[in-house]
Design a protein around this ligand. Structure first.
Ligand code: KG4
Ligand code: ZN
Length: 357
């Protein structure tokens, strides 16, 4: 089965054509043509965040071009269904993709599959070398992006429960805001990560420590706004960033990343203890973070040696259409046809609402 997928939930316009095949152990996926992606990050960088209406206009402008790129070497391919992100995301941006996808499905006379963006992150992150196979349930997913931070439990396929989440800012948002306070450009995650890595290499420690909010709370929720405020005050105490040496800036970035790592390790330990999950997976833009990946792998191998750890390819941690195609294919090939439900609505609500019961 071949699915052409469209993703426009935030500031990336993505189109991908993916073929999925059911196997004895699960599914295999093959990309056909190019997975075309256009990032508006530079455009929004000026504002230090994403502007929904600007994103919408850009998606509308980019979609036909991106689709042509995606299908350049695949124009003769038979397409069996169109998949589109229906949410969560920025409402105007989502509508650009949904409208485009609806027209395309009509034109090609194929079904339209509505896919949850977070499900896309989760399912695609479980894929290894094009294979979604041998996945042991329950799966514990840690989804970390610019808009979301949540622990999701999948006890049965395509049935999701959000068992913990941020009480305020998403972790990617915290990375971005802290980067801005340190005078670094948007998106700030990769910038902080680079500085922190240099600090570790040079063995630089920050003289100022940051808090680890909610570390000892007996639940799976996290919070980053207090950490962000602590960064603001600490930088002020240090005399403002103009008085920070390069070494101090690097050490401070490290301290922030360490704090985030400590929080996720403590909460993941609790989540694995409580759920007895057999598989652990991370997904979303922040899942590209090298330090977090290494830290989580080391701790799970050490404390939960029987848990299968899945890390997404760096090519699909950020928003993209391949993940939407894979989630749509996994569902459709499992015989779940409720994805082509009702007239589409741009969902901005929670993940679990979309899960079929
Ligand atoms: O999933 P994503 O592309 O978009 C959303 O759905 O939000 O995630 C974007 C977020 C941004 O906040 C960005 O700073 C963060 O992912 N990010 C990182 C890294 N790469 C991207 N955060 C920390 N370390 C990274 N290496
Ligand atoms: Zn995302």
């Amino acid at each position: 089965m071949k699915v052409l997928a469209i993703e426009t939930s935030c500031d990336e316009t993505g189109v991908a054509l993916v073929e999925g095949v059911k196997t004895e152990k699960g599914f295999t996926f093959t990309q056909i043509g190019n997975a075309a992606l256009n990032s508006q990050a530079k455009l929004h960088a000026e504002f230090g965040g994403v502007y929904p209406n600007l994103a919408k206009r850009e998606h509308e402008k980019n979609l036909p071009v991106i689709m042509e790129q995606a299908l350049r070497d695949a124009s003769d391919e038979q397409i069996d269904a169109i998949a589109v992100t229906q949410g969560p995301g920025l409402e105007p941006a989502l509508w650009a993709g949904i409208t485009f996808a609806e027209n395309l499905a009509k034109e090609k006379n194929v079904p339209l599959l509505a896919i949850n963006h977070m499900e896309g992150h989760l399912i695609s992150s479980l894929v290894q070398n094009g294979k979604l196979e041998d996945v042991q349930l329950p799966v514990l997913g840690l989804l970390i992006s610019g808009g979301h931070t949540e622990y999701v439990l999948m006890r049965e396929w395509f049935n999701y429960e959000v068992i913990g989440e941020t009480q305020d800012d998403a972790v990617g948002e915290a990375f971005d805001k802290v980067a801005r306070m340190l005078g670094l450009p948007y998106p700030g995650g990769p910038q902080i990560s680079k500085l922190a890595e240099e600090a570790r290499r040079a063995n630089l420690q920050s003289e100022k420590k940051l808090p680890r909010p909610m570390l000892h709370d007996k639940n799976l929720n996290v919070s980053f706004s207090g950490l962000k405020t602590a960064v603001l005050y600490t930088l002020r105490d240090m005399g403002g960033i103009q008085h920070l040496s390069t070494e101090q800036q690097m050490a401070f970035a490290r301290e922030f990343e360490d704090a985030v790592g400590d929080i996720f390790i403590a909460k993941t330990r609790r989540a694995l203890d409580e759920t007895n999950a057999q598989t652990f997976v991370i997904g979303g833009g922040v899942a590209a973070n090298k330090y977090l990946r290494e830290k989580l792998v080391m701790f799970i191998r050490d404390e939960f040696p029987n848990v299968d750890i899945r890390l997404p390819d760096l090519a699909i941690t950020g928003d993209n259409a391949v993940m939407i195609a894979e989630a749509a294919l996994a569902r459709a090939l499992s015989g779940i046809d409720d994805v082509a439900r009702e007239p589409l609505r741009a969902y901005s609500n929670r993940f679990s609402i979309l899960a079929p019961k």
